[in-house]
Structure formats: C-alpha cells, structure tokens
Ligand binder design. Structure first.
Ligand SMILES: Nc1ncnc2c1ncn2[C@@H]1O[C@H](COP(=O)(O)OP(=O)(O)OP(=O)(O)O)[C@@H](O)[C@H]1O
Length: 766
C-alpha cells in the first residue's frame, strides 16, 4: 500500500467498512489461511493435470473415424483446451474472501467455484448467490454473517488478512480459533494505490455494496448507471456482463452479449478484464466498427457530427429511400420484337403502391414491383398477338421484357436497387436529393452535410448507413434459408453439447455448451457465436452493455436498439463528461423517446480513482461551467496531489515534459506506473517529441508506454498514476468545452500537475 494514502470520508454504501476493522495481521491466522489456500491451489493443479491428460488422450486418438467422430474429437480437444486456458486464467487471487456465519459452515469466495473429489464445495464462485453476502452484508443487515474476511495474496502466498466484523458483540470466533483478526486499511485502498500499467484490472475481490447491487440487478429491461468519474462504471459494467453470463448462461449463450465502447484504445484498455473473470465470448466493438464491411475512421467536424446524430435523420433516410420509388414524368414507349409496350405512369404508380403495401425493405419490395410491372407489360404485349399466349411462352416474353435495356432502365428509375453506401453518398453529394429528403433541415445544416462522393466514412455516418441498410434490406432469400437450416442444426448441437457436458462432469461455469456446440456444428468452420455475430448486421444480442454511453447520438442509439430487441441493456456513463455535440446531456431526454418507460436508473456515488483534492478541484470547475455533475465522495486522500505551475509561453512544452519525467519518478513502483500528458490538439506533436515519443497521430492513447501524450478526448475512460494537464484554458475553448477538461482532470490516481500560461478556468485553483 502507498503509505501516503488514507481513506477518505466514510459514506453510506461507499468503501468504508460497515463493521470494525483491525490493522493487525496475526501470523497464526495467516498461517491457518495459508493451509486452506494451499489446498485450493492443490485442487486447481489437480484439475489442470486432469484436463491436460484428457486433452493429450483426445489428441492421441488420431485422425480416424467418421466425419461425425472426427468432429466430436475436435470438439473435445477444443473443450479441454478452453478449460485448460480458463484454469490457467484464475491463478491470480484464486481465493480472496471468507465468510463466517452464525450457523452455516465457513465459506471461501474465489474467482471460480471448486469442489473436492467428493463433489463438496470448497470454493464459491463470486457470482453465485452464496457469495453475495461477501459484497453486501453490513453490520445492520448481516444475513447471518458475523465476519467477512479479505485474504490478500501475492502469488500463492497469503500476505495479509482484513476483517469486517459485522457482529460487534463477538470477540472470538467459533471452534476456538483464537482472537479475531480485525482489519485495518483495506484491500480496496491497496488496489487503488497500486501503480497503473495501461491495462484495467478486475475488482472482483473488492466490489463495494452499491456496485454489487448494480452488478446483480435483474437481466430484464435497460439499466442506466450514472456516476461521476472514477466511480467504477466501467468496472461494474464488465463485472455485470460476467455475472449475467454466469447467472443466465442458457439464455445468453445463443445470441451473445455485445459490449460497445467509445474507441479501440479503450477496448484495448479493458480487454483483459473479462478473460480474467473467465468470460471470452462477449463481442466488443465501437460504433465505428459495428456495421460489417464499413469502418467509420475519418475525422469529422463536431458540428457536422451533431447534424448527423439528430433523431430526425431517421426520417431523412426514410424519405431518401422513398424518393427512390418514383413515378416517371412521362410514359416510356419501347418496341420489343416489333410490338409496342409502354411503361405507363399509372401502371408504375399502381405497382409502387402494391409493393409498398408489403412493408418490406426497399430492395426486397422491388422484386414485387418489378414482377407486377413485367406482368402488365406482358399483358400489353399479349393483347397485340393474334392468338392467346400459352403460359410457357408467356414466361419467355416476360424474360424478354425483363432483359430489354430500355425497360430495365425505366424500371430502375422507378425503383432503383440500392446499397446503403450509395444512398447515403448521394444524399451528401447531391443537394437536390438532400433538399427533397430533409425539407425541415435548415439550408445551413444541409450545407454542413455536403461532401464529395468517395469521401471516407466517419463514425457519425455509421448509424445513418445502418438505418439505410435496415430500410433497404438485401435480397437474401438464399442466405436466410441457409441461416434457418444452420439455426436448426445449432439447436440440436446445443442440446447434444449440454448432454455431453453433464455426462463428462465439466466444472460448472468453466466451459459452456455454446462453445462446445460451436465445435460440434462447425463442420470445419470453427466460428464462435461472437465471431458469427460480429459479421452479421442483422444479428440480435441477448444483452447489450454500453460504456461511455453519454457520447452516443440518437441515431447511434437507434442502431444499437435494433441489435437488442429484448431491450435488456446495461448503459453506463456520465452526462457531465459528454463531449460529443450529439451526445446526451440528460439520460431522460435521450432515452425516454427511444425506450419510453422501459428503463431504470442507478447511481454510483464514490470516486475510487482521483485523490480528493483533485476531484474537488475538477468538480468546482465543472460546477462553475454549468455541467450536470453528480454528487461524489472521494475514497482516497493523497497529500500534495494537485500542483499548479504557471509557466512562461516559451517554456510550456519543456515544463510539461519536465513535470512528466518528475511525476514518473514519483509514481514508479516495481517498474509499473504510467503518466499521461493531456493537452490541446495543437500541442500534441511538440509534446510527443519533447517526451521522446514518435510524432504519430493516435499513437499514445491506451498504449503501455510509461509516458503517453494524448488529447482529452482520447483519455476518456482511461486512467494513469499521474497526469500533466497542459493549458486547460484551451481545452475549455475547444469543441468538447468544459466536459473535456473535466474528463482530463479526473484521469489521475495519484497526482495532477497543471501547467499553464493562460489564465486558469474558474474553479480549478479555488
Ligand atoms: N470496488 C473496487 N475495488 C477496486 N477498485 C475499484 C473498485 N471500483 C472501482 N475501482 C477502480 O477505480 C478506477 C475507476 O473505475 P472505472 O474506470 O470503472 O470508473 P468510471 O466510473 O468508468 O470512470 P470514468 O467515468 O472516469 O470513465 C479503476 O481503476 C477501477 O479498477
């Protein structure tokens, strides 16, 4: 533990222990706990050995037998490989807790559940109902628990014990265990003070009560979690995903869970958390990458992104699609085989009306329109013959008409087959199309949308393309028939996989039927649900987790909701940190029009990241700037955490680099520790050179370098031991305004240097 840390003020539901704590670690107790921990690791080792042996046996059986046998053998090989990997992944802090009950036997809590060779539970999975008291029991509501113990381990060695004594009347434990060990500074503060590595870790050993209530909240409906910076929203969202997969595996395994984060660097920052909790099947992506086959990477003016994100853009896209179903200005006369046929305006009008009545997507309904028109044209043709047309000849005539160039052109002009890209590109490139589709958008806003054909797509384009894809549809009858056959086969495979898992005694929660079924039904293509889902625009997920959700525009929400028809969602964010002009300033203003009353909200109120002095400076600045900040109490007080350096203009970059180097020296622990220099865009290049980083765009965010240089926006969701904040006044004047500054100020876990030449925004130095 960092000796300079001390717990902050105690708050209800916050990090303060609900019972008494002791600072004494009693060596006898540690020795006793070590015996238990040794037993648990011995069992883990044994399971690893068995799994490896089974894997070797399966591999030895060689490539013989029927395709079904081979497929099963491959499936078992993968099953044992996955199990082996999972058993490796739980090495660190396998067991971290113990509950002592008035009546029930003592229970140990850990990363996974373990049973001994007689199938008696020796370790309870943190997600099981039997573990809930470890996170929730308080002195006021003990649920039969008289003591909660945190086991702090390094490798396989127990180094400390910390107790919450919930039954304050007790002085000794049952069975003559001797004096109770009362805990002092908690495992929580120790983990908060640990040096950062550029990768987020799990919090499974120290989840707090208000967080646990969210993690275990019902699967149904949309849960919105509002919380200030550092309140554990990301941590809670990830642990909730792991919890839901454990508690509702059968329900979730088929269609999967989608996690949407703000950027690729953020996804990289969090990518170790779910695997460390034994879950690998979640699809993680960003809005830019959510539409298969298109990536929205180009930079965009925030004013343009704001227009593209407005809810009325849905109507604009819909009108643009309908505008491609149009009656021609005049009848079109065509000669086919010496006969006159006329593409008549009134026939086109009738055929359009008939096709629209089907309420199918544009490209699918077009099939009906074309069929209807060809029938009418064939009728005209037949009426000119001296004999009545037999049905086989009629089919030939229809084909002849279909392939006649003028007719094809006329029908296309009336009902054009379109890709989403073509539709949206035309909308941006052709002012008359946009004016027709967006009559209520001002001319100035329409000018903002203008761009050349072939321009690269941006993040704000993706929801519009998705909206277009939804309305256009694909003529995918064959693909859908195949998908139906796949789904049927998959249901059989899942049932079979469950039987196999039950009869082979695979450890609960470690390998799911989903994974095994993927292997059974793969027939060579070993795609997991996650892989299949990520490639399919129309895939619908059983649960959706959205982080930094305040940034999403109304159009992005529509795109996400299409992927989650059950509306079972975990939405976490902070409306005071919104930097996107199309994002949410109020949850209810954004979500009520989309979800009506099918969402509920929860709030996180304790800041676990930022030292008290830094958090309160950030808060006063934010309040003065009128941001909707949440009430927040800081868990940690770190002396001298906020340092302000007025600087001469010509020394700004050097001063920032000096402070970054000094801060790194200060926060380095055992080779770990990370400092971020957060600055306005115009200074990033010079700062990168000054701290010795290559001057490459987007280089540093989320990287593992000891010193990184990034914009406020890139720092969103991340954290560092120390932050050197350069020229905060510039950030307030930038596109993200005070929200960007609020984000930047709340990234450090230990130390914030503010280096400036211009006057400081109000509130910072109060
Ligand atoms: N119960 C806990 N035990 C240990 N660490 C915790 C706990 N809760 C939160 N933390 C730590 O606090 C830090 C902040 O958490 P997190 O990034 O989830 O916050 P956030 O609310 O998403 O912040 P922001 O809004 O700034 O992105 C992380 O290092 C996280 O691991």
């Amino acid at each position: 533990m960092d000796g300079r840390d001390r717990p902050g003020q105690h708050v209800p539901g916050g990090p303060s222990p609900p019972g008494r704590r002791s600072v004494t670690v009693q060596s006898d107790e540690v020795r006793l706990e070590q015996l238990t921990v040794d037993l648990l690791y011995a069992r883990l080792d044994e399971l690893r050995r068995t799994t490896r042996a089974r894997l070797a046996q399966v591999r030895r059986s060689g490539p013989s037998g029927s395709p079904q046998n081979r497929s099963e053998r491959d499936a078992f090989a993968t099953l044992y490989e996955d199990r082996a990997a999972l058993l490796e992944a739980v090495e660190d802090r396998l067991c971290f807790g113990r509950l002592d009950f008035d009546e029930d036997p003592t229970r140990y809590i850990g990363r996974i559940g373990l049973t001994d060779e007689h199938h008696t539970s020796i370790l309870t999975d943190w997600r099981a109902p039997a573990a809930q008291a470890f996170y929730r029991a308080t002195a006021a509501q003990r649920d039969g628990v008289y003591r909660r113990r945190h086991l702090v381990t390094r490798g396989r060695t127990v180094t400390a014990l910390e107790d919450d004594v919930l039954d304050l009347g007790r002085t000794t434990g049952p069975g003559g265990e001797g004096d109770l060990v009362l805990s002092g500074e908690g495992a929580l503060l120790a983990s908060l003070a640990a040096a950062r590595t550029g990768r987020m870790g799990d919090i499974v050993a120290t989840i707090q009560a208000e967080q646990d209530a969210i993690i275990r909240s019902d699967l149904q409906g949309a849960l919105v979690v509002q919380g200030g910076p550092g309140t554990g929203k990301t941590a809670v969202a990830l642990h909730r995903a792991a919890y839901l997969l454990y508690a509702h595996r059968r329900l979730l395994e088929r269609s999967g869970v989608l996690l949407v984060g703000p950027s690729r660097s953020f996804l990289r920052y969090i990518d170790q958390v779910l695997p460390s909790l034994g879950e690998t099947g979640v699809v993680s992506t960003t809005i830019s990458d959510l539409l298969p086959g298109v990536a929205g990477r180009a930079q965009e003016d925030p004013a343009v992104a704001e227009v593209k994100g407005r809810p009325e853009m849905a109507e604009v896209v819909a009108r643009a699609v309908r505008a491609r179903q149009r009656v021609p200005a005049e009848d079109v006369h065509v000669r086919v085989d010496g006969y006159d046929v006329v593409v008549r305006r009134r026939d086109v009008r009738d055929a359009i009306a008939r096709a629209r009545r089907l309420h199918k997507p544009h490209n699918l309904a077009r099939v009906t329109f074309v069929r209807e028109m060809l029938n009418r044209l064939a009728q005209q043709y037949a009426e000119q013959l001296t004999y009545s047309l037999p049905s086989d000849e009629r089919a030939e005539v229809v084909e002849e008409l279909r392939t006649t160039r003028e007719i094809r052109v006329a029908l296309n002009l009336a009902w054009m087959p379109l890709t989403p890209q073509k539709l949206v590109e035309d909308l941006y490139a052709k002012p008359h199309r946009l004016a027709e589709a967006a009559p209520r958008t001002s001319a100035a806003d329409r000018r903002l949308l203008r761009r050349e054909p072939g321009s690269p797509w941006t993040e704000a384009d993706i929801p519009l393309l998705d909206e277009a894809a939804e309305l256009l549809g694909e003529d995918d009858q064959a693909a859908r028939a195949q998908a139906r056959r796949d789904a049927e086969q998959r249901t059989e495979s899942l049932d079979y996989a469950r039987q196999v898992l039950e009869s082979s005694g695979a450890a609960g929660g470690l390998v799911d039927a989903e994974t095994l079924a993927d292997r059974f039904s793969g027939g060579g293509s070993h795609q997991t649900t996650a892989e299949r889902a990520a490639q399919d625009r129309t895939w619908t997920y059983a649960h959706l987790v959205v982080d930094e959700a305040q940034e999403l525009s109304a159009m992005a929400w529509r795109m996400l909701l299409r992927r989650c028809p059950t509306r079972s969602m975990t939405i976490v964010g902070d409306v005071a940190q919104t930097s996107s002009p199309a994002g949410a300033r109020s949850w209810s203003a954004m979500l009520t029009p989309l979800l009506r009353d099918s969402w509920r909200s929860a709030e996180l109120t304790v800041n676990y990241r930022t030292p008290e002095a830094v958090a309160s400076s950030a808060r006063s600045m934010a309040l003065e700037a009128g941001l909707p900040v949440s009430p927040l109490t800081s868990a940690r007080v770190v002396p001298d955490a906020l340092r302000v350096h007025p600087t001469a203009e010509d020394d700004l970059v050097e001063a920032a680099a000096r402070n970054a180097a000094g801060a790194l020296d200060e926060v380095r622990q055992d080779g770990a520790g990370q400092v971020a220099v957060i600055a306005p865009e115009r200074l990033l290049g010079a700062l990168r050179r000054a701290v010795g980083l290559p001057d490459v765009d987007g280089r540093s965010s989320g990287s593992d370098d000891p010193v990184v240089v990034l914009s406020a926006r890139e720092s969103k969701g991340l954290e560092f031991d120390a932050v050197v904040l350069v020229e905060p006044g510039d950030l307030v004047d930038g596109p993200g305004g005070a929200s960007d500054l609020y984000v930047a100020m709340t990234r450090p876990t230990k130390l914030l240097h503010v280096v400036h030449t211009q006057p400081l925004p109000g509130g910072i130095a109060d």
